[in-house]
Each structure stands twice: as structure tokens, then as C-alpha cells.
Design a protein around this ligand. Structure first.
Ligand SMILES: NC(=O)c1ccc[n+]([C@@H]2O[C@H](COP(=O)([O-])OP(=O)(O)OC[C@H]3O[C@@H](n4cnc5c(N)ncnc54)[C@H](O)[C@@H]3O)[C@@H](O)[C@H]2O)c1
Ligand SMILES: [Zn+2]
Ligand SMILES: [Zn+2]
Length: 345
């Protein structure tokens, strides 16, 4: 089969690779129909994720058809159409019992990281019963690919952890796919204001179409003043960090109102300063989270009832044979205006 293989920092190739086989009774083999590329795959290619070793097939998102199951799999059978979660969960360990699937002792974020991933014709999914979801009849496969990772991430790490409330004020720093996923799912709660902040005017325009009440280009260094003006000097109840840089976390710390919450989503690779000297008396909370994908069943329902249209995030489409071109397009988003690219296997 064909697969996109990580060959060390800065190196990747579309290679011929052996088809995966069942390795444990709880495994399933999935024939991939559609997959995509995540910002995290770019982090891996930069060499930022040491757990991902050369030789690994990348990808942790996708939908497909069950090709075969191990003897202990009871929820799925060959021919079933399934959504693959970016997080594998045994459902039984101490963390899974707390619904903290991201820290499953024999799962978590392993796909396209410590085991081969979804950017291939076939993938092996461990703990299949609790890591796959049946695709509802009539559901759009492309839209569903957005539910493997980015929608649950924006919702769980940003909106839930950030305690977005009806009538509250929200600022989201970063208008990439994850920030936009937080923007879409924040609207479940009808906040009064959602202010999107980015350096890229194209992404801010997209954010307006997705329901942002205002946008701020922070390139001039005056984002704090702009947000204070919009909030009568108070700041926002929820400041969501969806970039993963020291500057954007510090911006959130300056934007949060007394009693508010800073919800960090971004993956941070370097030290970030925490200015407790200006935060200690502000009654704020700071949260961090690796997506657990516990909200996937709820998100599937909102998709089915058209309360959510994740297809809005898809800007480009490629075949698996063109995946290197797909990486080029996704990796140069400012130029290509890419958000999410769909790759058909
Ligand atoms: N916590 C989790 O479980 C989890 C899961 C998936 C992704 N992530 C992380 O979420 C973050 C966002 O992901 P993404 O795919 O949307 O990334 P992305 O790179 O596509 O988007 C980031 C956005 O931030 C903007 N930006 C960059 N520097 C900025 C600055 N100084 N000020 C304002 N805006 C700035 C960029 O223009 C871009 O639009 C990444 O760090 C990713 O690794 C976390
Ligand atoms: Zn991802
Ligand atoms: Zn577990």
C-alpha cells in the first residue's frame, strides 16, 4: 500500500509500505477513505515531537471502512463505515475511567506518533471498540474528518475548559483550524462577544464568516488596547490560546478579565512566562488540556442535526498520490489560504 512516511526532521516521502495486520484481539484494520493533515504533523516534521521516530506513517485523522477486526472486537465488523478518533482509548484504565482518554495508559495520542497513522491506504486501530465511531447514515464523510481531532480539540480544550457561558465575552488568539473550531463550537453557548485575533487578515475574514463578532489583527502590537476598548476596559471572560507561542499566551494573560479563564490549547515547545505579579489578585483560572475526544458523540449529534457545519473548514482536496503537494499547500497557508485539506485514499 502507499503511505506517507516521516524520515526524520524535514524529511518525508510517499512510499510503498506493507499493509498493517491485526496485532492484538482488540485491533481493527481500517481501509482509509479520507484523511487530512494537522498542524501537529508539521510540528513532527520540524523535529518538535521526539516520540515520533523516523519510519513512522503520519496522520491521526480520518474516516474509512472496517477491513477486518480482532477476535475481541464486538462493536464493529468488516464493511462498517467508521470515524477514527485521534485518541486511542482502552476504556478500562484509571484515566479512561475518568474520561481522560488522552492519558490512556495503553493509548492516548499514539496514532501517527508512536504507531503508524492514517495517511495511508490502511491503518491498524488499537482498542477499536472505544476508539472508532460508527458513521451515521447519510453523514458527509469530509465533514466527519473534522471530528477526528480539530472540533473536539477546539471544543474541549478551548470552550469547555474556558467555561464559555451565555452572554459572556470570549477572545480567541489564533484563527487557524483549531481557533476556528473553538469559534464554531463556542456558539453552542451563545456568548455575547467572540473576538478573533490573528496576524493573517484572510483568516480573520474567514472568522467573520464563521460568526466572530469582531476581529483584531495583532500585528501592530495594539491588540490589548483594542480588546479593552470593546469590553469597556474589563477584558474578556474567556481567553483561548490557539497558537502555541509565548507571545500569544502572554497576550491571553493581558486580555483576561477579573474572574475569567485562560484556556490554553496551543502546543508549547519553549518556556513561557507567567506574570503572577499582575495576575495574583485577579481571581482567574488557567487550564491546559490534551484533547480527550470525549465530546465526539455529542459533536456527531450536532453534525447530524446541522447545528454545526465543519465542512466550512475544508479548502483543498487531493488524492493520496498527491499528498506531498497537499503538505506544500497546507504548510504555506498564508500564501495558499489553506485551512484543512482533504486527502482521498
Ligand atoms: N491541546 C491539544 O490537544 C491540541 C490538539 C491539536 C492541536 N493543538 C495545537 O493547537 C495550535 C493551533 O493549531 P492550528 O492547527 O490551528 O495551527 P495553525 O498554525 O494553522 O494556526 C495558528 C494561527 O495562529 C496565527 N498566529 C501565529 N502567530 C501569531 C501571533 N503572534 N499572534 C496572533 N496570531 C498568530 C497564525 O496566523 C495562524 O492563523 C497548535 O499549537 C497545535 O499544535 C493542540
Ligand atoms: Zn492533530
Ligand atoms: Zn485507557
Amino acid at each position: 500500500m502507499q503511505a506517507l512516511v516521516y524520515l526524520g526532521p524535514g524529511k518525508k516521502a510517499l512510499q510503498e509500505h506493507a499493509k498493517p495486520a491485526i496485532a492484538a484481539p482488540t485491533d481493527a484494520i481500517i481501509k482509509i477513505s479520507k484523511t487530512t493533515i494537522c498542524g501537529t504533523d508539521l510540528h513532527i516534521l520540524k523535529g518538535d515531537v521526539p516520540s515520533c521516530q523516523p519510519g513512522r506513517i503520519l496522520g491521526h485523522e480520518g474516516v474509512g471502512v472496517v477491513d477486518g477486526v480482532g477476535s475481541a472486537v464486538t462493536a464493529f465488523k468488516a464493511g462498517d463505515r467508521v470515524l477514527i478518533s485521534c485518541i486511542s482509548a482502552c476504556g478500562k484504565c484509571i484515566y479512561c475511567r475518568k474520561l481522560m482518554y488522552s492519558h490512556c495508559t495503553t493509548g492516548g495520542w499514539i496514532l501517527g506518533n508512536t504507531i503508524d497513522g492514517t495517511q495511508a491506504e490502511f491503518v491498524r486501530i488499537p482498542h477499536a471498540d472505544s476508539s472508532l465511531y460508527p458513521i451515521p447514515a447519510g453523514a458527509d464523510e469530509e465533514a466527519l474528518v473534522m471530528l477526528s481531532d480539530i472540533l473536539p480539540t477546539g471544543f474541549e480544550c478551548g470552550v469547555l475548559n474556558g467555561k464559555v457561558q451565555p452572554g459572556s465575552t470570549v477572545a480567541i488568539v489564533g484563527s487557524g483550524p483549531i481557533g476556528l473550531a473553538a469559534l464554531l463550537t463556542a456558539q453552542f453557548y451563545s456568548p455575547a462577544e467572540i473576538i478573533m485575533i490573528d496576524l493573517d487578515d484572510n483568516r480573520l475574514e474567514v472568522a467573520k464568516r464563521f460568526g466572530a463578532t469582531s476581529t483584531v489583527n495583532s500585528g501592530d502590537g495594539k491588540a490589548v488596547a483594542a480588546v479593552m476598548k470593546m469590553t469597556e476596559g474589563r477584558g474578556v471572560d474567556t481567553a483561548i490560546e490557539a497558537v502555541g507561542l509565548p507571545a500569544t499566551f502572554e497576550l491571553c494573560a493581558q486580555l483576561v478579565a477579573p474572574g475569567g479563564t485562560i484556556a490554553n490549547i496551543g502546543v508549547h515547545g519553549t518556556k513561557v512566562d507567567l506574570h503572577l505579579e499582575s495576575l495574583w489578585d485577579r481571581n482567574i483560572s488557567i487550564t491546559t488540556r490534551l484533547v480527550d475526544t470525549v465530546s465526539t458523540p455529542m459533536l456527531l449529534n450536532t453534525l447530524r442535526s446541522h447545528k454545526l457545519d465543519p465542512k466550512l473548514l475544508i479548502t483543498h482536496r487531493f488524492k493520496l498520490g498527491q499528498i506531498l503537494e497537499a503538505y506544500e499547500t497546507f504548510g504555506h497557508a498564508a500564501k495558499t489560504r489553506a485551512l484543512k485539506v482533504i486527502i482521498e485514499a
